[in-house]
Design a protein around this ligand. Structure first.
Ligand SMILES: [Zn+2]
Length: 262
């Protein structure tokens, strides 16, 4: 929880930078320099008047020098970024902590940083879009490369070979080694869990024989349903997610046989 709050606080600082990005990038200005100045009197903003959220509240939304109003958008972007990044950390930090082996930890951290980055630029892009109806390429294009590189590296480190660019409702989307090491059989009845494991073993053989990833044969969610419903006939397979007419024809008999044998 402390880590989540720390990321939230970092989010406020990043939000402060995003305010600079939102103003300068659409105008083709550098985000690095010059330092921020009051839009009315052009006085450079002192560091203690530039503390996210706090300074706006202390100054009551007015410039210290000329008392010109400072748009409420500034603290709102800072607050919004703080909340958003806090939520991302709350969701993805446990993945990083849950990993036991070094590659899994690195994968979890890479994944977290990638989502923090994508969340942060989403804030900037959203505000710029509202103000200018544009999404500047200097922000959009690096996101493809950085996001892809970090998430790709995270997937490789986590040993996630099921990464695909198409919809696969059953594939494990977030890869932490520990999560995959413990398949979703823990909450099944012992007998159903046994059937589930038998189905997975059968699937592994089938995938190997065909030279395709296991999820191409069936996803875990589908095998779970088969394990729980214990189909006796092909008709019993109707209504199980992930088994269409083709798969029923190709694998239906085998599924029933494996379930009966387990
Ligand atoms: Zn001023």
């Amino acid at each position: 929880m402390a880590a989540v709050l720390a990321v939230g606080a970092l989010g406020a600082v990043i939000g402060s930078f995003l305010n600079v990005v939102v103003y300068r990038v659409p105008r083709g200005l550098s985000v690095a320099r010059p330092r921020s100045a009051c839009g009315s009197c052009a006085t450079t903003i002192r560091w203690y008047d530039n503390i996210p959220l706090v300074s706006w509240l202390v100054l009551r939304g007015r410039c210290r020098d000329c008392a010109a109003p400072i748009a409420v958008r500034y603290p709102l972007v800072e607050l919004g970024t703080a909340v958003l990044l806090g939520v991302v950390a709350w969701r993805f930090l446990p993945d990083a902590f849950a990993a036991t082996a070094a590659p899994g930890v690195v994968a979890g951290i890479l994944q977290l940083v990638a989502y923090l980055y994508l969340a942060a630029i989403s804030v900037a892009l959203a505000v710029i879009d509202v103000e200018t109806q544009r999404l500047p390429n200097p922000i959009v294009l690096p996101a493809y490369i950085v996001g892809l590189a970090m998430l790709g590296a995270a997937a490789v480190l986590a040993g996630d070979r099921t990464v695909a660019f198409r919809e696969e409702p059953d594939r494990p989307v977030r890869g932490s080694a520990s999560r995959r090491a413990a398949p979703a059989a823990a909450d099944l009845e012992p007998a159903a869990a046994e059937r589930f494991e038998a189905l997975r073993a059968w699937r592994a053989g089938e995938a190997k024989a065909q030279g395709v990833p296991a999820y191409i044969v069936f996803g875990d969610a589908t095998l779970r349903q088969v394990a729980v419903t214990q189909p006796q006939s092909l008709g019993d397979l109707d209504g199980i997610t992930g088994i269409g007419a083709k798969k029923r024809e190709a694998y239906g008999e085998a599924l029933i046989r494996v379930v009966a044998g387990a």
